[in-house]
Write a protein that binds this ligand. Structure first.
Ligand code: SF4
Length: 261
């Protein structure tokens, strides 16, 4: 079994990013705090997808799932986000502690609100007004949770995962630590290869996130990456899962809807 995780970490100060994210972060759930309703803006759902397109999406999704399985990942294709939620609940008990990575896809699901209603402990750092120390504490707690729930920036049709991060907790959780990892992704995140995945992360995901969080980086204005050297640079760590990490139990749920970005 070959298990390779490539890490490329640029050594820069990340505190400006953290400050900006805390000021601009959407409302969500803190460990032990009240849960917010589902975020209405987080999902661009295609109503009444054309049947031919739907068939193409499903074929592409199922082919990708088979490649992921061949790379030791757990993987499943579902048509809707509701089916994805059903799959997620199969891995949660009343005692499960849940860490949540920075993911619009996950926040487009109803799982977080229901977890709080059940009384599960949820470690989520996207809470406005919390201190930097508290945010850091939650991010560290995510590393030792029972279930880490997050997304990916891209999934290749060959069965690899691409993730780019600024602080690192989101990618850390997918590599080692949590008892189980579930990564949820809409079909819009399926790409041909790793290079396309990285381009997607830097030219689609980063500019949108930078605008959403009001972070002063060039891509927020230009809508594309210029490989900046800004102190606010949000993409500093690239993690590519070529295979499932040896000691991590990773399930990828691919959804036949456009979710997140
Ligand atoms: S412009 Fe800077 S922050 Fe934006 S994607 Fe490129 S390197 Fe990242």
């Amino acid at each position: 079994m070959v298990n390779v995780v490539k890490l490329s970490v640029l050594q820069r100060s990340w505190s400006p990013i953290l400050d900006l994210r805390l000021k601009g972060a959407p409302r969500s759930v803190a460990a032990g705090a009240a849960c917010e309703p589902e975020l209405a803006f987080s999902v661009a759902k295609e109503e009444g997808m054309d049947p031919i397109k739907e068939q193409w999406v499903e074929e592409r999704g199922r082919r990708t799932v088979e490649k992921l399985k061949a790379h030791d990942f757990g993987a499943v294709y579902v048509k809707t986000k509701e089916e994805a939620e059903e799959e997620i609940w199969r891995h949660i008990s009343d005692e499960t502690t849940v860490g949540v990575g920075g993911s619009m896809t996950v926040r487009g699901l109803g799982v977080l609100a229901q977890l709080k209603a059940r009384g599960n402990i949820v470690y989520d750092h996207w809470v406005p007004g919390i201190s930097q120390e508290e945010s850091t504490r939650i991010r560290k707690a995510q590393m030792a949770c029972n279930l880490f729930l997050s997304s990916v920036n891209a999934v290749t049709v060959s069965g690899e995962l691409v993730n780019i991060d600024g602080i690192g907790n989101r990618v850390n959780g997918t590599v080692f630590g949590p008892g189980k990892v579930i990564l949820v992704a809409g079909y819009n995140k399926i790409v041909e290869d790793i290079q396309e995945g990285i381009r997607r992360a830097k030219n689609v995901v980063a500019p949108i996130n930078a605008r959403r969080l009001n972070i002063d980086v060039p891509c927020a204005k230009l809508g594309k990456c210029v490989d900046c050297n800004s102190p606010n640079r949000i993409c500093r760590i690239v993690v590519i899962h070529e295979r499932k990490p040896v000691l991590s139990d990773v399930l990828v749920i691919l959804i036949g809807e456009e979710l997140g970005y």
